[in-house]
Write a protein that binds this ligand. Structure first.
Ligand code: NAD
Ligand code: ZN
Length: 274
């Protein structure tokens, strides 16, 4: 079968011919129909410092997918629908009535904006450097989407009469200066979810964290299964996330998919395997 794999310790991802996987008594065998390119896949493609440390080579990559179950292990009792990190992060703090700052309007940041708004946040402000993505974030429910190159976050807060800073912060860019801006704009006692993967070690202004008594939560992957149920309930109650998908390509055009992701002129890029 076809598979996209990291086969060399250098930038790139390659289509290989792989054996069909075996599955164990607690596993499902899933025939993949569609995969999505994650920001993390782009890190792996680029072979940056983080992926050099984390990703074993060779490895078949990818973790966002839709498919059909074609094999069920004999101890499997139930099957759940998976939902992504954005949801998990967005729901890891109660956001009802809260003012939320999200740094980074990649697919994850935009999804988080849509989810926290739907979950009852008061203001959801999102920042990025990319106007295409900021527009998408506005369409998906962000109260304000600011380009940090031209817009002043403190001015936006002033326009909304936010005098004390954000209650909830979600770092979804991995950019060190965005991290510090986020800490700087938090209210006393604010809660911050850290999801964006920085390129390496970064400098943090600890005074913002210490003197405001901020609570930081690192996020990796998701919590099974609570946030999945919550997300299913949100979809049933009208949360529309379809606009986040901006490109659909056949799998043989995966290189183009990665180019589109790297250009930043995209939301989620889907690759079709059949
Ligand atoms: P992405 O790279 O598409 O999005 C990051 C966005 O941040 C980009 O739009 C970029 O323009 C923006 N940005 C850059 N500098 C900025 C700044 N100074 N201020 C505000 N925005 C800035 O990635 P994504 O798929 O949306 O994922 C977001 C991040 O989360 C990535 O770093 C990804 O690797 C990471 N991630 C973490 C986990 C986890 O479990 N912790 C899981 C998936 C992805
Ligand atoms: Zn992902």
């Amino acid at each position: 079968m076809k598979a996209l794999a990291k086969t060399k310790k250098e930038p790139g991802i390659w289509m290989i011919d792989a054996p069909e996987p075996e599955y164990g008594h607690n596993d499902l065998l899933i025939k993949i129909k569609i995969t999505a390119i994650c920001g993390t896949d782009v890190h792996i493609y680029n072979w940056d410092a983080w992926s050099q440390k984390t990703v074993p080579v060779p490895m078949i990559t990818g973790h966002e997918f839709v498919g059909t179950v074609i094999g069920i292990g004999d101890e499997v009792a139930a099957i759940f629908d998976p939902f992504g990190n954005a949801v998990h992060t967005a729901l890891s703090f109660n956001t009802v009535g809260e003012d939320v700052l999200i740094t980074g309007a990649g697919p994850i940041g935009i999804m988080a904006a849509a989810v926290v708004k739907h979950a009852g946040a008061r203001y959801v402000i999102i920042t990025d450097v990319n106007d295409y993505r900021l527009n998408l974030a506005r369409q998906m429910g962000a109260t304000r989407a600011g380009n940090i190159k031209n817009d002043n976050l403190e001015e936006i807060m002033g326009e909304l009469h936010m005098l004390e800073g954000f209650d909830i912060g979600m770092e979804m860019s991995g950019n060190p200066s965005a991290q510090n801006q986020l800490f700087h704009c938090m209210n006393n006692g604010g809660r911050v979810a850290m999801l964006g993967i920085p390129p390496g070690e970064t400098q943090v202004n600890w005074n913002d964290i210490i003197f405001k008594g901020l609570l930081l939560k690192g996020i990796y992957g998701r919590e099974m299964f609570e946030t999945w149920y919550k997300m299913a309930a949100m979809i049933r109650s009208g949360l529309d996330i379809t606009r986040i998908i901006t490109h659909r390509l056949p799998i043989d055009e995966f290189e183009k998919g990665f180019e589109i992701m790297a250009s930043g002129q995209s939301g989620k890029v889907l690759l079709y395997w059949e």
